[in-house]
Design a protein around this ligand. Structure first.
Ligand code: URP
Ligand code: ZN
Ligand code: ZN
Ligand code: ZN
Length: 469
């Protein structure tokens, strides 16, 4: 039987092995790995290239309502286009519960926005902002049953932060239903207090965003989130970890047998707090939470990627335009850092940065790269058919040119933002071809697919979400 597509002559890598073979694809699935596979409708020559599982970015924000007058820079078309050009085949955006609106209705709205315009597969996490009886007792368990098997909770942000009591309530639902809880760990009251003190002292420049949420703010909340999870006996994923002290909380919990996982992001590897200290409002381009720290924190995060404190490496893509009152330059005389929307774009640059700075500089192996960029995301969040190159898996593949030298710059990228915080970073290694369930989306840097090539994927429950007992 012939194949729809054969990727020939490349070096295939998974989270555990590296080997030379051809990949035969039929009906969207990987049908054979080997040599001399025979006939195919199409052949892609991958000699001299790496054939890797398509990236899974399990932490992105797309088309999220972002407060008064602020508009996120990516819709599902541009966000997933940018993802595809960055070697990703699946992204996992958040569907944020709107207070007073039925959770299912909000989810339908997100689906409507994504429908027919995605270039990669998409799978939503939920964000629980109002754990009402209806949500805890019915809506959330039903949605988890329907394949939305993870949700995020926030310990900070006006309108999103949950009190400890509420954290315990939603964690109990996760325990009963097998969902994985993701936590944004920063101490809300501490940030409010510090922000007010800074503003009273006239310290309102973008760089004070960092001062308003220093490391103890993150470390304390990480510790508290883990303690709450321990009380319920439920696994927990601490997302966007920025520094060693928070990592130590995770490592310590794990050494006590708790199922605590960690995620870090490119901004904590290559940016520092000093980037927020630019001319005029340039510093807002780097404002995200937790904020980028210092070089010692960068080194710590690399260690965490090497030694398994972190299971996943995600972009936390949360794009706003810079030169835009609906973006980073907030209007209405709101000049304090407090009003700068938090988040930076990075879905297209996540993997080139990890590859070049990680594999290229000998900090991680190629197989670790695959685990951190795809395989572990699939396992952690129940994407059972994704994240590896093996017979029977979805044919989600990124072909990389490991030698290609690129200086990252806004003009290369496909996101809706008008800047990249990674401008000028030189990388070696770039994804050139992206294949989603056997369909070639990007070929040699040229878009081939139409919007709608990507679709929503319901997920299984993850083994990582099972209580330790
Ligand atoms: O600053 C950030 N990270 N914005 C995105 C929202 C979040 O907390 O992940
Ligand atoms: Zn967050
Ligand atoms: Zn985020
Ligand atoms: Zn081609």
């Amino acid at each position: 039987m012939s194949y729809d597509l054969i990727i020939a002559g490349g070096t295939v890598a998974t989270a555990s092995d590296t080997f030379n073979c051809d990949v035969g694809i039929r009906e969207g699935r990987i049908a054979a790995l080997g040599h001399d596979l025979g006939a195919a409708d199409r052949r892609i020559d991958a000699s001299g290239k790496l054939v890797l599982p398509g990236g899974i970015d399990s932490h992105v924000h797309i088309s999220q309502p972002s407060g008064e007058g602020i508009v996120m820079a990516d819709d599902f078309a541009s966000g997933t286009l940018s993802a595809a050009f960055g070697g990703n085949t699946t992204v996992m955006p958040f569907c944020v519960q709107e207070k007073g609106t039925p959770l299912r209705r909000t989810l339908r709205e997100y689906h409507a926005k994504a429908e027919g315009c995605c270039y990669t597969d998409v799978s939503f996490h939920l964000v629980i902002s109002e754990p009402s009886e209806q949500v805890l007792g019915q809506d959330l368990p039903a949605l988890i049953e329907d394949g939305y098997t993870s949700f995020k909770v926030f310990m900070t942000y006006e309108g999103l932060a949950l009190a400890d009591y509420e954290m315990l309530q939603v964690m109990s639902v996760a325990r009963e239903t097998g969902a994985l809880v993701m936590v944004h760990a920063e101490n809300y009251d501490a940030i409010r207090f510090l922000t007010q003190r800074l503003e009273q002292g006239g310290k309102i420049a973008p760089k004070f965003h960092g001062t308003s949420r220093p490391i103890p703010v993150e470390r304390e909340a990480t510790h508290r989130a883990i303690s709450l999870a321990e009380l319920i006996d439920v696994p927990v994923m601490i997302v966007h970890v920025s520094n060693r002290e928070a990592m130590e909380e995770i490592a310590r919990a794990r050494s006590r047998g708790l199922k605590v996982y960690g995620e870090t992001c490119p901004q904590y590897l290559v940016l520092t707090e000093a980037d927020m200290d630019g001319l005029n409002m340039e510093g807002t381009k780097y404002v995200c939470s937790p904020p980028p720290r210092d070089h010692a924190s960068q080194a710590a995060c690399w260690e965490g990627l090497q030694n398994g404190v972190f299971q996943t490496f995600s972009s936390d893509h949360c794009p706003f335009r810079y030169d835009d009152p609906a973006g980073k330059l907030n209007p209405k005389g709101r000049t304090s850092f407090r009003w700068v929307p938090n988040g930076i774009p990075g879905v297209e640059t996540r993997l080139p940065i990890l590859f070049s700075e990680g594999v290229g500089k000998g900090r991680i192996s190629l197989n670790q790269f695959v685990a951190l960029s795809a395989t572990n995301h699939a396992k952690m969040y129940g994407l059972t058919k994704k994240g590896s190159i093996a017979v029977g898996m979805d044919a989600d593949i990124a072909i990389w040119d490991p030698e290609r030298e690129v200086t990252i710059g806004q003009s290369l990228l496909h996101h809706g933002s008008d800047y990249t915080p990674y401008e000028g970073i030189a990388v070696r290694g770039w994804p050139v071809t992206t294949i989603v369930r056997g369909q070639v989306v990007v070929c040699d840097g040229v878009l081939e697919a139409r919007p709608g090539a990507g679709r929503h994927v319901a997920r299984d429950r993850s083994a990582f979400a099972r209580p330790a007992g």
